[in-house]
Design a protein around this ligand. Structure first.
Ligand code: PEP
Length: 258
């Protein structure tokens, strides 16, 4: 665990237009400086709506803010007649580091299958973006005790076909669907169980040394008050944060949990 830099990623979802977004970015940057946040110790990323990215880029470049940013989704296609889609090439041009792929809201409301998720992971790599691959079980799967198998199958399907070089930079986020936006947080033991199983699956698909480099995040109702106990898990390398990433003080509290 000590060799992996923790990543705290704020998923804004469909919140904050570019004016509100730039305001929050400035508050985050100032707040983290004020707290003398050690930017080497924890990587801080934000995932704003597409329409905010250009404004965020201008702020980050202009002020040398030590934040990185990315998109909440991308197209599996590179260009062409795909009305309304956003190419990874466009995101890379805007300085994005990350692209979130396979968030449960995309799987649930936009029909994203494991096959589409795999194509999007590959599209991210084609354009030099690091995918944050989201996996997680719905409530009935957990109640049936099949959560580990469910998440491992989602990881396996998404990484099939990646080169070891690509896979070694992957970020995986374990987000139990029943814990997203519900205030219902998984226990630290629940988070550790699945994050560890994801790492074992990556070791099986590639090799242990590679799996040891991959950051596996937990997501689902992470708040300043519960982040430290979740981060205590040996295989938990950070958090994907929804609601609490919209409030500067909360997200700063999460990023400075140590
Ligand atoms: C998310 O959607 O990625 C998420 C973790 O949301 P929340 O923190 O609001 O549960």
């Amino acid at each position: 665990k000590n060799t992996r830099t923790p990543l705290m990623a704020g998923n804004w979802k469909m919140n904050l237009d570019h004016l509100a977004g730039t305001h929050l970015v400035q508050k985050l940057a100032w707040g983290l400086e004020d707290k003398r946040h050690d930017f080497g110790a924890v990587e801080v990323a934000i995932l704003p709506p597409f329409t905010d990215l250009r404004s965020v880029q201008t702020l980050v470049d202009g002020d040398k803010l030590k934040l990185v940013y990315g998109a909440q989704d991308l197209s599996q296609h590179d260009e062409g007649a795909y009305t309304g889609e956003i190419s990874g090439a466009f995101l890379a041009k805007l300085g994005c580091t990350y692209a979130c792929v396979g968030h449960s809201e995309r799987r649930q409301y936009h029909g994203e299958t494991d096959e589409i998720v795999r194509a999007k992971v590959e599209a991210a790599y084609r354009h030099g973006l690091t995918p944050i691959l989201c996996v997680g079980e719905p409530l009935e799967v957990r109640q049936a005790g099949e959560h580990v198998e469910h998440c491992v199958a989602q990881v396996r399907a998404a990484v099939a076909g990646l080169t070891p070089e690509q896979a070694s930079t992957l970020v995986v986020a374990y987000e139990p669907v029943w814990a997203i936006g519900t205030g219902e947080v998984a226990t630290p033991a629940d988070a550790q169980e699945v994050c560890a199983a994801v790492r074992v699956a990556l070791a099986d698909a590639f090799e242990q040394e590679l799996a040891d480099k991959v950051r596996v995040l937990y997501g689902g109702s992470v708040k300043p008050g519960n982040v430290a106990e979740i981060m205590a898990g040996d295989d938990v390398d950070g958090a994907l944060v929804g609601g609490a990433s919209l409030v500067a003080d909360d997200f700063i509290g999460i990023c400075t949990y140590q």
